[in-house]
Design a protein around this ligand. Sequence first.
Ligand SMILES: N[C@@H](CCC(=O)N[C@@H](CS)C(=O)NCC(=O)O)C(=O)O
Length: 209
Amino acid sequence: MITLYSMPSSGNSYKVRLLLAHLNVPYNHVAVEYDGDSTLTRTDDFLTKNPAGKVPTVEFDNGECLSESNAILHYFGEGTRFVPQDRLTRARMYQWMFFEQNFHESTVAVRSAVYVYPQREMDRSPERLAALLDAGHKALDIMEAQLSNGPYLAGGSLSLADICLYGYTHSAENGGFDISSRKGIVQWINRVREEPGHVTLDWLPQPTF
Ligand SMILES: N[C@@H](CCC(=O)N[C@@H](CS)C(=O)NCC(=O)O)C(=O)O
């Protein structure tokens, strides 16, 4: 059985847990939280699995490992209903997933992390918080423009792009972002949440041992 190293409180890890839940993929879960110098991601053993020292990271039965949340989504999502058949719609799904890592994660997720994790306290300067708020609202406006015109980010049904961007958008208010005035995003959050098989951020699989 595969092992997923993931951070229970993190949107990047949640994306993977959400897709695996939708696909009913069983896995061992190893929880990783910030724990100073003893954080699991800093150990020599973990660094052989992912030299970047980050989660989510998947370890397969044969010892092969895969990291980067969106690469993991791609690995498990390929050939399922979460990857559109149409070439352009599929490319648009990837467009949103690259946007997530380039623009949304570095603003919306980072501002929330700065508030939530005491370890990020040094990043709480007023200038930095203001810049992140401004840039994060721009990222949310870009999503809002799409979601005011269609039910999902790419095509007419839930795709990897929605699973990917839901991770940090549904909890963006933790970072001080205004979601409630963005009606397209509000309705999309409800739509994603109502999809059969959905699990919440705090859901973790039962231990298998
Ligand atoms: N681009 C990476 C980002 C991964 C990442 O930043 N993970 C954070 C949690 S959100 C982490 O592992 N932090 C623990 C650490 O740095 O030790 C992805 O999408 O997987």
